[in-house]
Every structure is written in structure tokens, then in C-alpha cells.
Design a protein around this ligand. Sequence first.
Ligand code: F6P
Length: 338
Amino acid sequence: MRKIGILTGGADCPGLNSVIRAVVRKAMQEGFVVTGIKNGWNGLIDNDMKILDLRMTSGILDRGGTVLGTSRLRPPLYPEKEAKVVENFRRSGMDAIIAVGGENTLQIALDLYKKHSIPMIGVPKSIDNALCGTDYAFGFDTAVNIATECIDRLHTTAESHHRIIVIEVMGRYTGWIALQAGIAGGADIILVPEIPVDIDEICTLVRARHRRGKNFSLIVVSEGAKIKGQVEVDKEKRDNHAPHIGEIIGKIVEDETGYETRVSVLGHIQRGGTPSAYDRLIGTQFGVKAVELVKANDFGKMVSFHDGKIHSVNIAEAVSKHKAIDKDLFEIAQLFAD
Ligand code: F6P
């Protein structure tokens, strides 16, 4: 009988539980045993694992977060931790690991696969939607819906007070959430990391709106947005308590235009709570496909979504670079930037 381990690593994300539930259901149909590894790679270091069954994974489909817990620990950065992961994997009797995560988790899975021949399957999770090799990473749809609802709410207060509201959304190195939620929420200006911001142009746009009688503006800023001419700080190296880019832009816009401005940083709200129907659906399909790949001994692969169908690609392709925003969609957003 084959034994599969499953772990969720990196940032939590809506839809993780649908993958866990589907992996257990499909594995049981195939006659496999599933071991849940707790708190990402930590579970393999601390030997914190438990067998998952249908009872334990029932009633979790609509729950946010991950019932397995997660962590951002990266064992390859610490040789003794990496050695422990390998040792405990071998001792556990597991035949393969399904690693559900974003770029860091998948990079670790790839390293362990290549260096120690641990059979790995990756499942792409990311509210940022920035993984290559897949059109979609689950969690993104929920994040976009939450951000859109927040923009709608901020719209009415901006309009009532005749203010500018800068809304900062997550997304790390890419502007997917800003772009899609910005368009869906009717933002007046959308700023993304892929296209550095000319702050004078933004102020000119806001002034022009006021002259036309639009005495409020909504500016959606991706957390990784960069101001032209300013030194950028890598998100990974940035102090968590450093001022947010949304706050910096809000202050400049208020100082330059003289219009009252407020800033709202949406933060982890975008990652919490109930997954959307779409994320539950894709998560379920991804979970089933991951078990099929284990069954086929097709390791070093990541489940992927392309042209409306579930496929697989090499994990190496997924982590090779960040998937930048769709330029055509950005053009459409520009149509409304006035
Ligand atoms: O990758 C998901 C994400 O939510 C990013 O959008 C964000 O930059 C980061 O994780 C926040 O990480 P943490 O939860 O560690 O603050």
C-alpha cells in the first residue's frame, strides 16, 4: 500500500482545505494512505504528522486557512534542518510528498526532489497568482473578490467626503490583485509593480478629475508598486513595519494636490475566511490530479491549469520567474484612468 504525505507551506490561502480533502478522498479510492504533515516543512523536522481519513477531512471544504497549519520555514537554508527533513521522510515510510504552496514551497520541493530524490508533486497556491506554468493558482479568486468588495465600500465613503482614497492590496512582486480588483471595483487609477509609477502623472490625473467635477478618486496600489526614480526595497528584505507604498503615495498625492486623502491597507483580510466557489472547485481538481500524478510516478511535476483544463508542468518551470500581469488587461484598465 502506498503512503502519501501532504503539507501546506508558506502563506495560508483560501482553498487549501479543498485540496487536502480531495487528496484524501482520491487517495483512499486508489487504496493509498495519506499522512498530513503539520505546519509546512516543520512537520518533517519535528516528526509532527498524522494519518488523515475521511472523518478528519469532512466539513473543511468551506473553511479558510489550512487544517494542517503552515509555516514559512525553508529547510534548505539550514543544512541540519534539511538533513532532518530527509531523515524523517525516509523513516516515515512515505512514498511521495504533495507540497501545496507558492514559489518558496515549490522551490524547496524541487530542491529536495533533485538533491535527495524525494518524490515530489507540487500544487500551486497563491493569492498573488504569480506562479508560472499555470494560468491560475487557487486563492487568487477569493482575494480578488474580497479586495473588490473593499473597493466598493471605500468608493461610497470617498464620494461622500470628496476625498482621495488610496487602497493598497497584496500581490508581492506582481500586480494581479490590484489589476483585477481595480477594474472590477471601478478604480480610477491602478498602480502595479510591473509598471513603475510616475507620481506627477498621478497627481495630474487626479487634478484633471477634480476639474471635471469628479471630486473624489480611488487609487488602487499593489504593495510592490514602485515610484519612478526611487530606490526599491525587495519585499523579502523589507522591514515589516516600514511605511507601506500606499501610505507613501497617499502622502505625496495629498501634499501635491492639496486634496484630502486617506489610505487603506487591506493586508491579510485578503487571505482570510471562506474560499470562493471557484477556489474550492479548482482546489478540488488540483487535489485529485496530484494523486493521479503520484499514482503515475510522474514526480517533479506541479499540477497546473491551462486553457480551462487541468494539466501538469515541471516544478522548475513554475518557479523559474514571476508571472507578470496581462498587459492587454492593463490596457483595458487605462481606458478608465481619467
Ligand atoms: O504571497 C502571499 C502574500 O499574502 C503576499 O501577497 C504578501 O506580500 C505576503 O504573502 C505577506 O506575508 P506574511 O503573511 O508573511 O506577512
